[in-house]
Write a protein that binds this ligand. Structure first.
Ligand SMILES: C[S@@+](CC[C@H](N)C(=O)[O-])C[C@H]1O[C@@H](n2cnc3c(N)ncnc32)[C@H](O)[C@@H]1O
Length: 183
């Protein structure tokens, strides 16, 4: 199995995936993150990770299409216009029967009082994980590009994916497993 990680970050999942896959492409726009990931992978003696400096919008996958693409807490870095471009590019990297596993902060459109939900979310993070992470959650709501659940569903469909499962948990966390739609 060949796996591609868009937004590999410090490599927690890349290292795990490398123990189960033939080859893993760890892709990240941040050279610093990628260096960190490479150091961890090399220290762990993993030789099947290819470290790629690039992102949803720039990474050129010059190898065979992959079985799976995993992206965890990354897509919110892109405004919706660019999310669609990035997701279409991801679909092109996948084998016809490949899967996209996508996890991110997504806002529920059915919630009557989203502002109150934001307050509860930030307060619960402060209690559980301290003020620094709570401040990060506030920054996320204010400055980043997490979008509504229905927008994500439409973007995935437009990019050529069929959502096989969608799970919403922890207030604003969404996890999608998607197949490529048949042409
Ligand atoms: C919140 S971290 C998550 C890292 C990792 N997926 C994890 O779950 O630990 C977001 C990562 O996405 C990367 N990133 C931001 N924009 C990106 C893009 N357009 N394409 C790929 N990676 C991106 C950042 O450099 C960072 O490493």
């Amino acid at each position: 199995m060949w796996d591609s990680l868009l937004g590999a970050g410090t490599g927690a999942f890349a290292l795990h995936a490398a123990k189960h896959c033939q080859k893993v492409y760890a892709v990240d726009v941040s050279a610093t993150m990628l260096d960190y990931c490479r150091t961890k992978g090399e220290t762990a003696g993993l030789r099947n990770i290819v470290y790629c400096h690039g992102g949803f919008l720039t990474y050129e996958h010059d190898a065979a299409p992959v079985d799976a693409i995993v992206s965890i807490f990354v897509l919110h870095h892109l405004p919706d216009f660019w999310k669609l471009v990035g997701l279409k590019r991801a679909a092109e990297m996948l084998k016809p029967d490949g899967r996209l596993f996508l996890c991110d902060i997504v806002f529920p459109s059915e919630t009557a009082n989203l502002e109150a939900e934001f307050d509860t979310w930030v307060t619960s993070i402060a209690k559980l994980s301290g003020p620094e992470l709570a401040a990060e959650a506030e920054t996320h709501i204010r400055d980043e590009y997490s979008t509504y659940d229905w927008v994500m569903a439409r973007l995935l469909a437009r990019a050529g994916f069929v959502i096989e499962s969608a799970e919403y948990s922890g207030r604003f966390q969404a996890t999608y497993v998607c197949a490529k739609s048949r042409p």
